[in-house]
Structure formats: structure tokens, C-alpha cells
Design a protein around this ligand. Structure first.
Ligand SMILES: Cc1ncc(COP(=O)(O)O)c(C=O)c1O
Length: 446
């Protein structure tokens, strides 16, 4: 694979991809969506090569999974070594030291100067499910609060906690009981004429009201909040809002759970995004970039909460697999040795610069926002009315894909372009990606 980036040998998707796509459509469930209709052959760093020999620059990073880049040599070495030693024993059957090493390192890294423990699972949803189980067991309360536009997964509980109805919930009810959805600030879409500060005051007041009008705080086990909403459109909440929610949680003995599944592992310029807000969560859920592509997730937090479940009450056959633990340990080494938190700040500044440039040319760019390298822009039909333009985003994603750039959309209205490129992307690759993004805008808004 050429280091510089895009190399197109065929139309996208190419003939080999088209052939496989036909079989995909025949044998694979329709409900699993595909952004891009090409099939991968190999991937390295920020580059992905398809089966027709076309090379793409990856600004989607496997939906935030590849902060350290595709097939980082240290990750590959760790999982190859692990695979040749033993692949799986089941942590319940025969333990392995890498699980303990990982728990120890994450407990040291996680915010809070109290005793912490960790438990590992397979997917993000599974981590959230277990955070809820532990919170309920510890508090002996049933209620869970999540937020509008939040995303926590596709299992019954996490789908219930998730906000976007279509496609995540529509037709899949009835949902799990005792889940309450509180408002979450969205400064860009605040009521007209309201200042940002007034709006934040209002959202804080709404949260307080919510605990009067919707559910008694004494019945709530956990508030589960994404420090920056991911699927919801990369919405960064105000510091005051997050701090006030934390304060209320402490006041009523509610556990504050930071869902760091998309925000964690250097994406925002810190190991965990919650650190930007000056609050300490009781629990954190982690996954995605934790394993650099090897499925693994976890719950970390107060030791007494992690210990609330008795032996056998949490876990799973593949939970915290040896391959996942070794990959995650390599990820932590890479973040440290390659200073990816600093790199995320730099990449974020460059992406913000490019988005601002596009906003100065194209009226359709309604908002640009981000925290570290977790950046996004929102496209609208009209800057005044802020009418979301989902179609334009779809066209830009498609036009970019055809030119060799993998892009992702997000947002309740599907009108957000979000950037999750590997933090190991080179400046040259980043520039090439930006050029394709500009071309895609030019094609759609000619
Ligand atoms: C914040 C957040 N929580 C939970 C999940 C669910 O993770 P998974 O798809 O691994 O179940 C996601 C996935 O996008 C996420 O972004």
C-alpha cells in the first residue's frame, strides 16, 4: 500500500466488490447497514485498501475504534503473540495475567483518587448493560437516566436508553422499564434570541425540573451521560451542565456514569473526555478504541460499586478475552509513547481550521464544533432556519467515498459529518483527505 494515500484503480465500488456485494445482499440481513459498498482487503494506519486495489483515506476510523491506526505493529505483535500462546481459556475457567495488568493500568489512569476496580466485556452495549446492573445492585434502586440524542447500544436495555427512534428503536418495543430520558444541551439549536449562558441556565433548570416532574431522584441508580454525544452529532455539553448533574448525583446518592465508549482513548486529547469537565465519574464505560479493533469493553470505577455483584452475577464467556486484553495493553503503550493525546489536539485544530474554511465558503455549514479530535460539522438548508440537510450529508459522504475518502455521518437528523480519523494519520494523509472533502463539497454544491 502506498503511504501517501488515495489510489483509485477502478470505479467505486469496483468489480470484485460488486460481485461480493451481490452475495452480501443475498445472505446477509438487510438491517445491518453499510456506508460503503466496497470490501476491504487490508488496512494500515489511516489507509484502507479494498479488494479491487483501491486505497482510501480513513476519516471514519471504524466508528471511533481505530484511534491508534489500523494494524498498528504493536497491536499486531501483541495479538499474534497471544494467539500463539493461547487464544481463550475463559477468565472464569482459568485466569490470565493480562486481564489483571489491564485492570490495574486502567484503574490508575481513570479519574478519581479513590479505590477503583474494573470488569471487562465484549462490546460497548455490554459495558453499559453491566454498568447499569452494578449501579442497581449497589444502590438497590431501579431507575436509570440517560439523555436525549444519547446512544448507548442496540441491546434491549441500551436501545431503551438510546434516543434516536429511527432506526434504533422503531418497531422494536416494548422497551425496558425504569429508563428516563433527560434533556441534554444543544447550544447550536437553542431557542432563537437566547444567549448561550441563558440557554445553559435553562438546561440546568430543566434537569432539576425533570427530577420533580418525571422521576424522584431517590429512585435513580445511575445517570449515564456521554461526555460528548457521539452518534447524537458530536455535541459538546457546557461544563456547568455536566458539573451540576454531577453535583445532583452526589446529593442524591445517584451514580454518575460517563459513557466513554466513543470519546475515550485519546480521541478528545485526553485518555477520557470527562477529564475536560472537571468532574469525576463513579463509573466509566469504555470500548471501541480500547482494543484497536479487537472486541473488548469494560466498566471501571469505584471499587465498592464494582464489588456490589457477587461472584457469577456479572461476566460472560468471551468477556475480557486474552486477545482483547493484550490489544488494549498495546493501545495504552501506543497512546503514551506516540503522545496521541497531544496529537489529537493538533489534529483537532487542523480539522476545525478546515471546517471553518468550508463554513466561510458554503452557507450550508451551519455549525462546526468539537473537542480535541472529536470534530463535526452540521449541514443545514438555511443558516437562518437551521433546517437540517441530511440529503446533502449523504451526497457528500458518497462523493467523498467515490474519490477515496471514508466519511461518517451522525446526528439525530443525520445532517452531521463527523471525523474519527486515526490519531496516527500523517499530515500528508490528512491534507489529502481535506482536499477530497473540498472536492466532495464542490461536487454537491456546484
Ligand atoms: C457512546 C456509546 N455507547 C455505547 C455504544 C455501543 O457500543 P457497541 O456498538 O460496541 O455495542 C456506542 C457505539 O457507537 C457509543 O458510541
Amino acid at each position: 500500500m502506498d503511504d501517501h494515500g488515495v489510489l483509485l484503480q477502478t470505479a467505486i465500488p469496483g468489480p470484485k466488490s460488486m460481485e461480493i456485494l451481490e452475495r452480501r445482499n443475498k445472505y446477509v440481513a438487510r438491517g445491518i447497514s453499510n456506508n460503503c459498498h466496497s470490501f476491504v482487503n487490508r488496512a494500515n494506519g489511516a489507509l484502507v485498501e479494498d479488494v479491487d486495489g483501491n486505497t482510501y483515506i480513513d476519516f471514519a476510523g471504524a466508528i471511533g475504534t481505530i484511534n491508534v491506526g489500523h494494524c498498528h505493529p504493536k497491536v499486531v505483535q501483541a495479538i499474534q503473540e497471544q494467539a500463539s500462546q493461547f487464544i481463550h481459556t475463559g477468565f472464569n475457567v482459568m485466569m490470565y495475567e493480562s486481564y489483571i495488568d489491564l485492570a490495574e493500568r486502567l484503574c490508575e489512569l481513570a479519574p478519581g483518587d479513590f479505590a477503583k476496580k474494573a470488569a471487562f466485556f465484549n462490546s460497548g452495549a455490554e459495558a453499559v448493560e453491566n454498568a447499569v446492573k452494578l449501579a442497581r445492585k449497589y444502590t438497590n434502586r431501579p431507575g436509570v437516566i440517560s439523555f436525549t440524542r444519547g446512544f448507548h447500544g442496540r441491546t434491549l436495555m441500551t436501545m431503551t436508553m438510546t434516543s434516536k427512534v429511527k432506526p434504533y428503536k422503531f418497531g422494536f418495543g416494548p422497551f425496558a422499564p425504569e429508563v428516563y430520558k433527560a434533556p441534554y444541551p444543544y447550544v447550536y439549536r437553542r431557542p432563537e434570541g437566547m444567549s448561550e449562558q441563558q440557554y445553559i441556565d435553562m438546561t440546568i433548570e430543566q434537569f432539576e425540573q425533570f427530577l420533580l416532574a418525571e422521576v424522584a431522584p431517590e429512585t435513580i441508580a445511575a445517570v449515564v451521560m456521554e461526555p460528548v454525544q457521539g452518534e447524537g452529532g458530536f455535541i459538546v455539553p457546557d461544563l456547568r451542565f455536566v458539573q451540576r448533574v454531577r453535583e445532583i448525583c452526589s446529593q442524591y446518592g445517584i451514580l454518575f456514569v460517563a459513557d466513554e465508549i466513543q470519546t475515550g482513548f485519546a480521541r478528545t486529547g485526553d485518555y477520557f473526555a470527562i477529564n475536560h469537565f472537571g468532574v469525576v465519574p463513579d463509573l466509566m464505560t469504555i470500548s471501541k478504541s480500547m482494543g484497536a479493533g479487537v472486541p473488548i469493553s469494560g466498566v471501571i470505577g469505584r471499587a465498592e460499586v464494582l464489588d456490589a455483584a457477587a461472584p457469577g452475577e456479572i461476566g460472560g464467556t468471551y468477556a475480557g478475552s486474552p486477545l482483547g486484553c493484550r490489544a488494549a495493553l498495546a493501545v495504552l503503550d501506543i497512546i503514551e509513547s506516540e503522545r496521541l493525546n497531544e496529537r489529537a489536539q493538533l489534529i483537532g485544530a487542523k480539522v476545525m481550521g478546515k471546517m471553518n474554511e468550508l463554513a466561510s465558503i458554503y452557507e450550508c455549514v451551519g455549525d462546526v464544533r468539537g473537542l480535541g479530535a472529536m470534530c463535526a460539522m452540521e449541514l443545514v438548508k438555511d443558516r437562518q432556519t437551521k433546517a437540517p440537510d441530511k440529503e446533502a450529508v449523504s451526497k457528500i459522504v458518497k462523493a467523498a467515498g467515490e474519490r477515496g475518502l471514508l466519511l461518517l455521518s451522525a446526528g439525530l437528523y443525520g445532517n452531521v459529518i463527523r471525523f474519527l480519523m486515526p490519531l496516527t494519520i500523517t499530515d500528508e494523509q490528512l491534507e489529502t483527505g481535506f482536499q477530497i472533502l473540498e472536492e466532495a463539497f464542490a461536487v454537491v454544491y456546484h
